[in-house]
Design a protein around this ligand. Structure first.
Ligand code: MN
Length: 237
């Protein structure tokens, strides 16, 4: 049977849609093409419900979205912090704790990687440009969403090295990023300005956070089988 992959609801970007819980179709296409059945999980902070979701699914994708409220990692808001929703962050952190207890595979993408880092006790740059000296552009300037924006260096022996070798090119839609890595996490890719672009948790069967949006490549090819999703779905079987 195909693995059932829970995709956590995507936090909306604007005030008008804060009440909505949505998911860009690109995540669903990427999972479907890799051989999984995706299912959307609502942000509903109820321990019993979240535990049922974790029991039900074989693996989890934490998608991109809005900024993370810095109170979740013990900081006050920087002037460049953008729209965020503490209630949503806390629900996602609760869900992540249950996923980690279960040892089931989890793939965090962009904001999803950042909240994973916070769940492991890490911190974030609330705004890369004003807080990280020598920062390059991490906002996508290339018009095609799936097209690469910058290069990343990949650590030997990592999941990403197995898929891409020592270097690859990625898109980039973030103004926040990992500052201090959480305990138990290992950075496995960096941009050339030093920003962490991927990490893994060696003590877990499969915890991968990537700062870019691999699922956006399905914008160019609706049926593309993408290496990260293929690897993730295979470990969920
Ligand atoms: Mn980037």
């Amino acid at each position: 049977m195909k693995p059932l992959i829970g995709v956590f609801a995507h936090a909306a970007r604007t005030v008008e849609t804060f009440a909505a819980q949505t998911c860009p179709e690109t995540y669903l296409f990427a999972l479907e093409n890799a051989g999984a059945d995706p299912i959307l999980l609502p942000a509903y902070d109820n321990d019993e419900a979240l535990r049922r979701y974790v029991d039900l699914c074989d693996g989890f994708v934490l998608p991109g979205g809005i900024d993370i409220n810095p109170l979740t990692y013990g900081e006050d808001p920087h002037p460049m912090l953008q729209g965020n929703r503490l209630e949503f962050d806390e629900c996602e952190l609760h869900l992540i704790q249950i996923i980690l207890e279960s040892k089931k595979p989890v793939l965090g993408i962009c904001r999803g990687a950042q909240i994973l880092n916070v769940a492991f006790g890490g911190t974030l740059y609330q705004d890369i440009v004003s807080q990280h000296e020598g920062a390059q552009q991490h906002g996508q300037t290339e018009i095609t969403p799936g097209a690469p924006c910058h290069r990343i260096k990949i650590e030997d022996g990592s999941i990403l090295a197995e898929l891409y070798g020592a270097e690859t090119r990625v898109n980039s839609f973030h103004h926040q990023a990992v500052k201090d890595l959480g305990k138990g996490l290992k950075a496995t890719a960096h941009a050339y300005d030093g920003i962490v672009e991927a990490f893994e948790a060696p003590d877990y069967p499969f915890v991968l956070g990537v700062q870019w949006h691999p699922e956006q490549e399905t914008n160019a090819d609706r049926h593309a089988v993408l290496p990260i999703f293929k690897k993730f779905v295979d470990v969920c079987r």
